[in-house]
Design a protein around this ligand. Structure first.
Ligand code: NAG
Ligand code: NAG
Ligand code: NAG
Ligand code: NAG
Length: 288
């Protein structure tokens, strides 16, 4: 089956089993539940702002009310400023259970003036080990920036401010499982990981700087929500707004992806020959 007939099939299935939820500039209290942190996570400004904090006693976190099966999901984050070494702000999609699927952004803090590391990973059927890490071309603590995931049946694209930083292609044709059957929720948390996060755990969290804080705003999800009761329309506006279902990188975006990978990528599992002395994972073929 060609990928376009494949995605038409998925489109039809989505109409049958679910609704396309479109939430733009959505209110945090309508879309998310605070799940832990005993008051350290707060929804402010009439639902337009969410903040997480971390102190020596606890971090905090939230998760989406909805589950999504494919979508284009955008969030603006402003990360822990100053000396954020040892802290990790995780922002990811995940299903449940031992054979879960997961699409990760994780922001590893650093000493003041040293760069954050943006860690990405893709899990399918409980198996991850597909890390790529980046430094950023701006200070992610000075202002809000948009971090996006496009997840469709052919590919997963990670974007920062609209610039693609990573594309993970469906490699089922060569026997690698791909996340496409398990609905995922959005999760985010701010927590202490000073046993590994910064310079491999050498730099510890400086608790005299606590509480640490990260902020979120302008969430938008253009996504398939399984078993949602709202109706699906098939007018052209809806189809246009679901262009993410067939999204692929055009030439300009390919060039920008190459620019990021050349200048800002600091780790790629597909070039780590020490880790894979027997040969690289099969999905590296499609993704390089
Ligand atoms: C922290 O800064 C150091 C020095 O620039 C860099 O090597 C490292 O990748 C940065 N990030 C983390 C998470 O350690
Ligand atoms: C909020 O996000 C939407 C789309 O996701 C974007 O068009 C808009 O510019 C964003 N607003 C701000 C204030 O950045
Ligand atoms: C959706 O409904 C079907 C049939 O009722 C059920 O098997 C499936 O588990 C449901 N999925 C979710 C995500 O609730
Ligand atoms: C994109 O690149 C391909 C080959 O790399 C070329 O054939 C095609 O014409 C290009 N498309 C545009 C719109 O430039």
């Amino acid at each position: 089956m060609t990928s376009s007939s494949n995605s038409r099939l998925v489109l039809v299935m989505c109409f049958m089993i679910s609704a396309f939820g479109i939430a733009i500039g959505a209110k945090f209290d309508q879309e998310f539940d605070i799940t832990w942190g005993d008051g350290r996570a707060k929804i402010l400004n009439n639902g337009d702002l969410l903040t997480l904090t971390l102190d020596k006693i606890s971090g905090s976190g939230f998760q989406s009310k909805n589950e999504y099966l494919f979508g284009k999901i955008d969030m603006q984050l402003k990360l822990v400023h100053g000396n954020s070494a040892g802290t990790v702000t995780a922002y990811y999609l995940s299903s449940q259970g031992a054979t879960h699927d997961e699409i990760d952004f994780e922001f590893l803090g650093n000493l003041s003036g040293d760069p954050y590391t943006l860690h990405t990973n893709v899990f399918s059927q409980g198996k991850g080990n597909r890390e790529q890490q980046f430094h950023l071309w701006f200070d992610p603590t000075a202002d809000f920036h948009t971090y996006s995931i496009t997840w469709n049946p052919q590919r997963i694209i990670f974007y920062v401010d609209g610039t693609p930083i990573r594309e993970y292609k469906n490699s089922e044709s060569i026997g690698v499982s791909y996340p496409k059957n398990q609905p995922m929720r959005i999760y985010s948390s701010l927590w202490n990981a000073d046993d590994w996060a910064t310079r491999g755990g050498l730099v510890k969290t400086d608790w005299s700087q606590a509480p640490f804080s990260a902020s979120y705003r302008n969430f938008s999800a253009n996504a398939c929500i399984p078993n949602s009761s709202s109706s699906c329309s098939s007018n052209s506006a809806t189809l246009t707004s679901n262009s993410w279902l067939n999204e692929e990188l055009d030439n300009t975006s390919q060039e920008r992806l190459k620019w990021v990978q050349k200048n800002y990528m600091v780790y790629d599992y597909c070039t780590d020959s020490k880790r894979f002395p027997q040969g690289f994972p099969a999905d590296c073929v499609q993704n390089n």
